[in-house]
Design a protein around this ligand. Structure first.
Ligand code: NAG
Length: 298
């Protein structure tokens, strides 16, 4: 009986640990702190939904409790609907300090009926200027869509609904710095940037429509917390580093059906699988090549 109880005890502990790790994958209460906005950011539905609001007085924002060093981070967002001109919803990874690294998604609002601009950027050691902008192929205010960052030692891949839209490769061999040493936290905020965001600042925020609301759900991270005990990461980061999981994906990535996209090149074949890709799809979405700016990236 004692032996049975001991075994059962181990099972119970395992269940508790496992469910803690699972919860860590999704609950906003456990994963994030609302950091500013005096009540304008809210965690709802027992941690399954988060909303940020912006009014004339203030925007709002949140940040992850944990820091990550490599991983794949997914979040579903539904952006401010209607006339969102002047508003910016930012969703990014960043380390601390002056020589910080940063991986950015920014959604620049627009007047009713005109498309959002999806702005991406990568900072290494405090240096940015690697912007690329995109048009989405759907209305990002109607439904939740998944925006992901896959960050490993060789690539930073921006994905929208599992479609890679940008591959920022590690080209350190050519003297281009790549973020790889500094753990990053996940941040998001909704704020007023009507001095520049929409048509270069010509469209102002229409405060009669405030409060503006952006919503979040479905947070998921597959990677390693920089500070973490290993049990926190389901795959020990192997999927996103140089571990065995990459080897497994090698044959898939060699398939000609797998294409990724960059703005300058259009659809391109995936690079050989010294990196992990999971979600490349066969056909580019309509409108994908409407990327706007000349890319700052190399
Ligand atoms: C808003 O819509 C106009 C017209 O379609 C477009 O030129 C512009 O790039 C869009 N985005 C922003 C952020 O202004």
């Amino acid at each position: 009986m004692a032996k049975f109880m001991a075994v059962w005890g181990v099972v119970m502990v395992a269940v508790v640990v496992w469910s803690a790790a699972m919860a860590a994958a999704g609950n906003f209460n456990e994963e994030f702190d609302i950091t500013w906005g005096e009540g304008r950011g809210k965690i709802l539905e027992k941690g399954q939904l988060l909303t940020l609001t912006l009014d004339r007085t203030s925007g709002s924002g949140f940040q992850s409790k944990h820091e990550y060093l490599y991983g794949k981070i997914d979040m579903q967002l539904r952006l401010v609907p209607g006339n969102s001109a002047g508003t910016v919803t930012a969703y990014y990874l960043s380390s601390q300090g002056a020589a910080h690294d940063e991986i950015d998604f920014e959604f620049l609002g627009n007047v009713t009926g005109e498309p959002y601009t999806l702005h991406t950027n990568v900072f290494t050691q405090g240096q940015g200027n690697r912007e690329m902008q995109f048009r989405l192929w759907f209305d990002p205010t109607k439904d939740f869509h998944t925006y992901s960052i896959l960050w490993n030692p060789k690539h930073i891949i921006f994905m929208v609904d599992d479609m890679p839209i940008r591959d920022f490769r590690n080209l350190e061999g050519k003297g281009i710095a790549f973020p790889k040493n500094q753990p990053m936290r996940l941040y998001s905020s909704l704020w007023n940037a009507d001095d520049w965001a929409t048509r270069g600042g010509r469209e102002k925020t229409d405060w009669s429509r405030a409060p503006f609301v952006a919503s979040y759900r479905g947070f998921h991270v597959d990677g390693c917390e920089a500070s973490a005990e290993a049990r926190y990461c389901a795959t020990q980061g192997a999927r996103c580093g140089n571990g065995d999981a990459c080897k497994h994906s090698r044959s898939a990535a060699k398939s000609p059906d797998f294409t990724c996209l960059t703005k300058s090149q259009g659809p391109v074949p995936l690079p050989p699988a010294d990196s992990c890709y999971y979600a490349c799809k066969t056909s580019p979405p309509i409108g994908f090549d409407h990327a706007l700016d000349s890319p700052g990236h190399l």
